[in-house]
Write a protein that binds this ligand. Structure first.
Ligand code: EPU
Length: 418
């Protein structure tokens, strides 16, 4: 298993380029199942979760060709409308094929995901939504079987809590359903909007993506499309924190500044200088002294849960007490105990974490437990005294494209060892 060896103490300087969004590319790949015509996606990050989704789509019947960050998909025929446990257990977003498969061929068999490191993560709302659209659902042997032999019928789906992939899954199901579907309490994340943009260009009729009410008029069929994935806001946010925590001067290029505005606001309140030289660039300059600022994770446009761990690493370097409240996932503080091993002062009490700083971190052997927790440990290692060895970096490879190369190019002393 690969490890990262990081020697802290260098202020990052220069420019990093943001990759395409993993969480936008995953539903976009699944959406290619909705048409028998070719779909070409640009700016798809070469990360492990994307490769897992590509493998799944090949098993289902898609022809998948990858070239220079672009992916060409062609699903003339669904061969096997199934997402097996072996793939779903390694990547929960596999459940994104449920909606497209039922919409395209009237049936799907998808493994239930089971628990994961950050929480229980059920898919009951995906299932409820499909039932509202007329699918018959049967659960047996750890699998969900959905049947709609005569096609799905539009209906109103009231989500009792906001779910990102649930909204995406149902939107993909509704585009080929008969009549009108209304999704209430829908997720407003930029990834939902990106997917809607792609589907609309395939011929879907969707209004309201980006608001909590999405209206879909079903159409008979969808055409192929060429689509460019939006920049990864979580990767961009991680680099902003890297610039801030090292007291560096880092330019984050090819990002969408609006998508990280909740983080930028918190960084500015903490005393970090963040400017926007142009429409797709942010520049972060650490000014030495950081103040503690509280955060509560929320659905978009609030502070992203996917940036909570990275922000916690930053707060270990800030003066005062920062209260962090995680409201989206019930167990997303696995990084805290590793940060404590590096010298941080953090107490966890249920949904709340209290970080008292600043503390000089020191390099240690630590273990990555999930994707964003690993990013948090990398950030902490960049300011720690001495050497940190991060084990199980396969977690970070799920969602960050060439992170060690990007950080090394801005002066970080980081290397991968096998
Ligand atoms: N939930 C339910 N029932 C459902 C679906 C969700 O109770 O049927 C609950 C979840 O347990 C959670 C909350 O609703 O407590 C929100 O979950 P959501 O469904 O929004 O999460 P997701 O769609 O599974 C996506 C991202 C996550 C990100 C969350 C929240 C993708 C592929 N994944 O997950 O990204 O944390 O939204 O923003 O888009 C990551 O990239 O590291 C990552 C975990």
């Amino acid at each position: 298993m690969d490890k990262f060896v990081i020697t802290g103490g260098t202020a990052l300087q220069g420019e990093v380029t943001t990759s395409g969004s993993k969480n936008s590319a995953l539903p976009a790949l699944a959406a290619a199942l909705l048409t028998e015509e070719p779909v070409v996606l640009h700016r798809v990050p070469r990360v492990r979760d994307i490769r897992t989704m590509e493998r799944l789509l090949v098993d289902i019947g898609a022809k998948v060709d990858v070239e220079n960050g672009s992916v060409r998909l062609h699903t003339e025929r669904i061969v096997s409308p199934e997402a097996p446990y072996e793939l779903v257990k390694t990547m929960r977003a596999s459940s994104l094929v449920l909606g497209p498969l039922v919409a395209r061929c009237g049936r799907a068999r998808v493994s239930l995901p089971g628990g994961c490191a950050i929480g229980a993560r059920p898919i009951n709302l995906h299932i409820f939504g499909l039932e509202q659209l007329g699918a018959r659902i049967h659960q047996a042997h750890g699998y969900i079987e959905a049947q709609a032999p005569d096609g799905l019928r539009g209906n109103t789906v009231n989500f009792d809590r906001i779910t990102v992939t649930g909204t995406e899954d149902l939107m993909m199901a509704a585009v080929l359903a008969k009549g009108e579907t209304i999704l209430r309490n829908a997720a407003r994340e930029p990834e939902v909007v990106d997917l809607a943009d792609m589907l609309i260009r395939m011929g879907a009729r969707i209004e309201g993506a980006g608001t909590s009410k999405i209206r879909v008029q079903g159409v008979e069929r969808l055409a192929g499309v060429e689509h460019t994935i939006i920049p990864d806001r979580i990767e961009a946010g991680t680099f902003l924190v890297a610039g801030a925590i090292t007291g560096g001067d880092l330019t984050v290029a090819a990002c969408n500044p609006e998508h990280v505005s909740a983080l930028v606001s918190k960084l500015q309140q903490a005393g970090v200088e963040v400017t926007q030289p142009d429409a797709t660039t942010l520049r972060v300059r650490g000014r030495g002294h950081l103040r503690s600022v509280d955060i509560t994770t929320e659905e978009y446009p609030g502070f992203a849960t996917d940036l909570q761990a990275q922000y916690m690493a930053l707060m270990t370097q800030a003066e005062g007490i920062a209260l962090i409240v995680e409201t989206i996932f019930e167990n997303r503080y696995m990084h805290a105990s590793e940060l404590v091993r590096m010298g941080a002062n953090i107490r966890i009490d249920g949904k709340q974490a209290i970080v008292a700083g600043p503390r000089q971190l020191t390099g240690a052997g630590v273990i990555a437990s999930d994707l964003r927790a690993s990013a948090s440990l990398v950030l902490a290692a960049l300011v720690a005294k001495g050497e940190t060895v991060i084990d199980r970096v396969y977690h970070i490879d799920r969602g960050y494209e060439k992170i060690e190369a990007k950080l090394a190019a801005t002066g970080a002393r980081i290397r991968r060892v096998e």
